[in-house]
Design a protein around this ligand. Sequence first.
Ligand SMILES: Nc1ncnc2c1ncn2[C@@H]1O[C@H](COP(=O)(O)OP(=O)(O)O)[C@@H](O)[C@H]1O
Ligand SMILES: [Mg+2]
Length: 301
Amino acid sequence: MLGWIIYKNHELELKPELYEINRLIAEAEKHAIELHVLKPEQIDLIVTKEDRKSILVDDKPTSLPDFVLPRMGAGTTYFALAVIRHLERLGVPSFNNSDSIDTVKDKLYTHQILAQSNLPVPKTMLVKFPVDINLIEKHIGFPAVIKTLSGSQGKGVFLVKDKQSCKDLFQLLEITNSKISIIIQEFIETSYGKDLRVFTVGGRVVACMERKSNSDDFKANYSLGGSVSSYPVTPEIEWLAVEVTRLLGLDIAGVDLLFDHDHFKICEVNSSPGFQGVESCCNVNIPKEIYTYLKLRLREQ
Ligand SMILES: Nc1ncnc2c1ncn2[C@@H]1O[C@H](COP(=O)(O)OP(=O)(O)O)[C@@H](O)[C@H]1O
Ligand SMILES: [Mg+2]
């Protein structure tokens, strides 16, 4: 079997996702899968009704793989998405598929879909300029969490403590970049500095861990130096994670849950979740879970 990982750098220049890509490659060998890492820019899109068996890679006609594994998550560009869609149209299955990747890149759209199905999400507003701070105070309250629409590793996420600091921040944003898309969200205080990351593959929970920040940061991201430990999967956690991935159409997902007193709220969903943290504390082999599922889907032994 031949598979392609779609990633922002190619084989020779792998950096931030090194752990994940190396693990995927190492485990692929054990499953008799030949895996190549391609960056979208290596592929040329020629849309035609002829030649539906090959594609141009580095200017050379290349036969199509049996599957693709996009690993660009929130950083998926229009170009990358176009490549994945093209491959899908040529009959190459993508795990995850292009629609689900596009959906979860947008944190507001994700919440809109989940809220429509009555799932618990923090109250969220799309910010428009000029900002009506009183409206925000009335509907969201303070402290509040401000996020870029698309982002990962805790990078575009801020906590604003009160009305004045929120006003100041929005003024700054308005004069520097009023076209920026941001959301403002209810702060789930009982989750301060901690959250859960639930890893699902093929509609099943394969691992669940608690992340805790190691400083007074309210963000619990592992990539920001948070510590991780395995966490028991309760029926509530399982149902939430499975339902979220089903509604969003994800084959592979990292579902972030916030502790809301004795229950949970869905924080965000990742389409190419890292798994260094989860493999370090839960007894799980993520690439193996992925390939076993993928072979089932592709009806291979
Ligand atoms: N509404 C919220 N209330 C409390 N904590 C939050 C909230 N939203 C995010 N956080 C914290 O910030 C972290 C990063 O937010 P998240 O939306 O997952 O951004 P990223 O995509 O950068 O990981 C979360 O893992 C969580 O610890
Ligand atoms: Mg997150």
